[in-house]
Design a protein around this ligand. Sequence first.
Ligand SMILES: Cc1cc2nc3c(=O)[nH]c(=O)nc-3n(C[C@H](O)[C@H](O)[C@H](O)COP(=O)(O)O)c2cc1C
Length: 217
Amino acid sequence: MTDISAQLQSMREQYDQEPLRRASMNVCPLSQFASWLDDAVSAKVYDPNACSLSTVDDQNRPVARAVLLKGIEDGRFIFYTNYNSRKARHLTSNPKACMHFPWFALQRQVMVTGEVSKVEDSKAEEYFLSRPLLSQLGAWASSQSEELDSRETLEKSFLEAKGKYGGKPPKPPHWGGYYLVPNSIEFWQGGPNRLHDRFLYEKVQPKSDWDMRRLNP
Ligand SMILES: Cc1cc2nc3c(=O)[nH]c(=O)nc-3n(C[C@H](O)[C@H](O)[C@H](O)COP(=O)(O)O)c2cc1C
């Protein structure tokens, strides 16, 4: 039998990116983010807009799961989901979240933290209607985060939605998006000898300018 711990202990990647210099970092973290996202797209990173979204429940227990970043508008990061889901319950009791972009193939990660608020229903509807039909039906079929007795029940629910709405499902009332308004954005890039680069941008007040500092790795 393989000793999983021994195996894990021997797993070791070398990081070897060119050092990041302060002068090369954009003064605006949103522009810096756009540039790194472009790099992830060019490098054909799988799901470059996927991130881990962390929330906390009403007892301050953290939970993370993946969501897709679907826009950045007026400095706000946008994702879509089910308003009855577990993450939505968490965001109701504590509207703070972190989006972690794991661009490990580029030896990079970005952490975006901030306050969330719901996207306007008209905007969510516009995006919902731009999604492929089967994804639209899937949103009707799934009571996200609720217990499900079998896969068959889900498939039946999908076929019911298909029968009911055909080729033109409306946006479900419980489906929508969130804006995350960042108050900190950290960029990390791997360097040789574990001398990685970290730059943390923070806003003291929502309206203040971004302050940027280098952190120890
Ligand atoms: C790559 C990837 C992208 C995903 N994107 C979304 C998304 O944009 N919105 C969403 O609600 N769930 C998305 N999911 C599913 C979530 O990770 C999660 O299972 C679901 O939202 C339920 O989470 P919750 O019970 O904590 O609310 C994605 C999963 C993966 C693996």
